[in-house]
Design a protein around this ligand. Structure first.
Ligand SMILES: Cc1cc2nc3c(=O)[nH]c(=O)nc-3n(C[C@H](O)[C@H](O)[C@H](O)COP(=O)(O)O)c2cc1C
Length: 288
């Protein structure tokens, strides 16, 4: 897959045509998932369930911002074994599937949920694993207007039709620091030291979809390494926040992976003891 181009062109789509997703594409999604190339935590038990639009009514009320479910011809539901990094791993795997969908010419949107057991119940899933991520997908409606998210307050998320409005993202200059948190002096020169490789990977990371578009993270470049740091964010919910960080790691790794083979993230705050402001936490660290 040409990750940089897929990441550049991806956006959340919330209006779909009635066209069904072909069986060949469903099979290809299953094959790609089963191949299992992209795993942040290897060896975790996982299940991918693919549903048609028939489950839409049942899923209403159990998933979506303020219980507003994105109506779509199909849904992906990823289940995972319990693990401290299960949500991070799920974000990583599911975003790779989002990009695979894009590669197959399909549009998609992440869907939040409150309660794994409730989702399993309404979908009739009988499994000891927990629901870790949901994606709505299909063929996006060809229209000049797009449904975009307007976060007014945490309990007032407006999903409205907007014309040519893109959820804005923070730029590399606002999310990458050198040696000390919030130090931006020399960052651009330092990124340039690695040629295009680090620039492309950080740019891809900056385009990540996140829960309520919060982008609650930053990167710290230090000691020949890069650490992804979680910022405190009162709007974020625990599970969705972790999933969003897994998505950032996927975007970054997928693009860096075309320059460096065998990327190995050390997960957790013990991997790099960094002086960070209160509430900030190292999520993952990689040697460059
Ligand atoms: C974990 C997670 C849950 C999300 N849940 C929903 C949702 O329930 N409904 C929705 O419309 N968008 C949802 N989104 C999509 C985000 O709102 C979207 O990614 C963000 O606004 C940025 O827009 P973009 O994806 O077009 O770049 C979710 C995204 C993530 C990462």
């Amino acid at each position: 897959m040409n990750y940089i181009s897929l990441i550049h062109n991806r956006k959340s789509v919330r209006e779909f045509s009635d066209k069904r997703v072909s069986l060949a594409k469903v099979k290809e999604i299953n094959r790609y998932f089963t191949k299992g190339d992209k795993r942040l935590v290897p060896g975790l038990k996982l299940e991918l369930h693919i549903f048609s639009t028939d489950v839409r009514e049942a899923l209403e009320g159990a998933a979506g911002y303020n219980k507003f479910l994105v109506g779509a011809p199909a849904y992906l539901v990823l289940l995972s074994e319990e693990h401290p990094h299960a949500a991070l791993n799920a974000g990583y795997i599911m975003e790779d599937l989002v990009l695979k969908l894009a590669d197959l010419g399909l549009d998609s949107c992440w869907v939040t949920f409150d309660n794994s057991d409730a989702v399993k119940r309404v979908l009739g899933i009988n499994s000891p694993l927990d629901v870790a991520a949901i994606i709505a997908f299909g063929h996006g409606k060809k229209t000049s207007k797009e449904l975009r998210v307007n976060v007014k307050t945490m309990s007032n998320v407006d999903i409205a039709a907007k014309y040519r409005y893109m959820d804005p993202k923070r730029s590399i200059r606002e999310i990458v620091y050198l040696d000390n948190w919030e130090n931006t002096d020399g960052v651009i020169e330092h990124i340039g030291f690695y040629g295009d490789m680090l620039w492309d990977a950080l740019y891809a990371a900056s385009l990540s979809p996140s829960y309520l578009n919060r982008q609650a993270y930053g990167f710290l470049l230090h000691d020949g390494k890069v650490s992804l740091v979680k910022r405190p964010d009162s709007y974020n919910r625990e599970h969705d926040g972790e999933v969003s960080l897994g998505i950032v790691l996927l975007h970054f790794s997928a693009v860096l992976g075309s320059h460096i083979h065998r990327l190995s993230w050390a997960l957790g705050s013990d991997a790099a003891k960094l002086p960070l402001p209160e509430g900030h936490e190292v999520v993952a660290t990689l040697s460059l």
